[in-house]
Write a protein that binds this ligand. Structure first.
Ligand SMILES: NC(=O)C1=CN([C@@H]2O[C@H](COP(=O)(O)OP(=O)(O)OC[C@H]3O[C@@H](n4cnc5c(N)ncnc54)[C@H](OP(=O)(O)O)[C@@H]3O)[C@@H](O)[C@H]2O)C=CC1
Ligand SMILES: CC(=O)N[C@@H](CCC(=O)OP(=O)(O)O)C(=O)O
Length: 346
């Protein structure tokens, strides 16, 4: 098969740069164009010196990309700026959008959580939610994949199989999640300054984070009825990594061992999902720089409850790695291509 020609929109941001790093060892895709906004006109190596030595096109503005010459687009733009850009692409181009713009299937819900009406509603109906392990068949044939958010990925991978199997109650799901600061992107924001983040930890978006409806949408699909969750994200003084600690009420008679057995049944053949044995505590450093999701579960001391733990790297399985996994699927390439490296430890 010929190389698939791709454009990376927003290549001067964290997820765009992470895609370039992953694609550097991928023989199936060729980077044809890369865009920046403030950084348009610059060589990639001057924006990201860690990527020096790679043969890459210089960053250009989106308006200067010849989309007729590309087969696929990774869209790494801020949410809210993506809909009109993707709507303007020629019909032959297949896209994985890393932003939140096409994730919510309800346009009303989108308008409520993102503060404006959807700008490409016809495309929203076409978009496929791209949690690879759980939506593989639909992703293969999709023209537009909405890559899941990092928090939703870390929560849905462990919970969806448990809900489908009726092993946990859907009325009482409490999620405490923690993210590295790269989750907030590279552009300067006061809240992400070193002094605001280092030597401390804080919750944000308490009872109001826009990933709650995304999590609920997919859990509801698994349950077959509406689901509400309690979701509290936290910002951690680390550059990358994400831990979700999820407290659940077990279905009558179920034990942590049953949850673990269900994961093993569902994910046993999955390359990127690892289930820890009894007593195993997933840590962010078990997945750093990799596309893995590692999960574990404990019986709580409170009767009838369990504590589910799940870790991913927010920039890899939570963003660029899963985007590449999806693009591999869409173009009939091995799903693990470019993604089979082990985590960086410590
Ligand atoms: N970081 C993460 O862990 C995750 C991020 N995401 C999502 O992926 C997307 C990208 O995130 P991330 O890489 O972290 O973001 P960054 O802020 O690091 O990068 C944003 C990119 O978009 C460009 N850009 C910004 N505004 C515009 C505009 N108006 N028009 C054209 N280009 C623009 C920037 O260009 P320049 O810098 O040159 O101005 C940069 O290349 C976001 O939607 C984010 O929510 C999803 C999951 C996880
Ligand atoms: C630490 C941090 O700020 N994280 C981001 C989530 C990153 C992500 O997945 O964002 P999208 O839904 O936009 O893709 C946040 O809380 O908004």
């Amino acid at each position: 098969m010929n190389e698939v020609k791709v454009a990376i929109l927003g290549a001067s941001g964290y997820t765009g740069a992470e895609l370039v790093r992953l694609l550097a060892r991928h023989s199936g895709f060729r980077i044809q164009a890369m865009t920046g906004d403030r950084k348009a006109g610059q060589p990639m190596a001057s924006v990201f010196p860690h990527l020096a030595g790679l043969e890459l096109p210089d960053l250009v503005a989106i308006g200067d990309v010849d989309f007729g010459a590309v087969d696929a687009v990774f869209c790494c733009l801020p949410h809210g700026t993506t809909q009109e850009v993707i709507a303007g692409l020629p019909p032959h181009v297949r896209t994985v959008d890393l932003s939140a713009d096409f994730r919510l299937t309800s346009l009303d819900s989108y308008a409520t959580w993102y503060g404006h009406p959807h700008k490409a509603p016809e495309l929203q109906t076409e978009a496929v939610y791209g949690l690879t392990e759980l939506k593989r068949a639909a992703i293969k044939g999709a023209r537009l994949v909405a890559n899941p958010g990092c928090y939703p990925t870390s929560v849905q991978l462990p919970l969806v199989p448990l809900i489908k199997a009726g092993l946990i109650e859907t009325a009482d799901i409490v999620i405490d999640a923690k993210s590295g600061t790269s989750g907030a992107g590279r552009s300067a924001k006061e809240a992400n300054l070193y002094c605001e983040v280092t030597e401390g930890i804080h919750a944000y978006g308490v009872a109001s984070h826009r990933h709650a409806p995304e999590i609920e949408q997919e859990l509801a699909e698994a349950a077959g009825h509406p689901v509400l969750v309690s979701f509290t994200p936290h910002l951690m003084p680390m550059s990358r990594g994400m831990l979700a600690t999820i407290n659940v009420r077990l279905a009558k008679g179920a034990k942590a061992a049953d949850l673990r057995a269900e994961w093993t049944k569902v994910y046993g053949a999955e390359f990127f999902v690892r289930v820890m044995g009894e007593g195993g505590v997933p840590q962010t450093r078990h997945v750093r720089g990799s596309n893995f999701c590692v999960m574990g579960v404990f019986d709580d001391r409170l009767p009838g409850r369990a504590i589910v733990l799940s870790v991913i790297d927010n920039l890899v399985k939570g963003a660029s790695g899963q985007a590449l996994q999806n693009m591999n699927l869409m173009f009939g390439l091995p799903e693990t291509q470019g993604l089979d490296q082990q985590p960086l430890f410590p």
